[in-house]
Design a protein around this ligand. Structure first.
Ligand code: HEC
Length: 119
């Protein structure tokens, strides 16, 4: 079919992970702080941020997204479980608006490779 070519997929897990994080799941929308002009702060990419929005009604909510550059809060194994099942250690679940993702195992490994490649 013309106009429906499969995209070439990189052999590098970090490149594949960068695509998933920044173009598919858009983790930066919550986890990257912005400058006064609304652009992402390149110096603090994925370094955690207060959210710029809140719910209209009362509900469980975390007003802050923690740093994920370098994956400082979870081991690789914990991050893999979190990204494939939505479950945190000790059966905790993340507060909204953190999505409970269900990445495929290969995708989760790519996301982890990209995040660990960051400072
Ligand atoms: C819509 C906003 C939003 C998006 C998009 C988002 N997050 Fe989050 N994330 C949060 C918030 C808010 C928290 C804090 C949740 C809590 O305190 O329970 C969080 C928590 C986390 C944590 C910490 C878990 C812990 O307790 O140690 C990790 C890791 C994480 N997010 C990774 C990601 C990744 C990777 C992506 C993209 C694939 C992503 N997040 C996308 C809002 C978001």
């Amino acid at each position: 079919m013309s106009g429906c070519k499969p995209q070439s997929v990189s052999a590098d897990p970090v490149v594949r992970g960068a695509h998933l994080v920044t173009k598919v799941a858009m983790c930066q929308d919550c986890h990257s702080p912005r400058l006064a002009d609304g652009q992402f702060d390149p110096e603090n990419w994925l370094a955690g941020s207060p959210l710029g929005f809140q719910p209209l009604m009362e509900m469980p909510w975390s007003p802050v997204a923690p740093p994920i550059a370098g994956l400082p809060t979870l081991t690789d194994e914990e991050a893999f479980t979190f990204l494939t099942t939505g479950a945190l250690p000790e059966g905790r679940r993340p507060l909204p608006p953190m999505p409970e993702y269900r990445f495929a195992p290969d995708e989760a490994n790519d996301v982890i490779a990209y995040l660990k490649s960051l400072e």
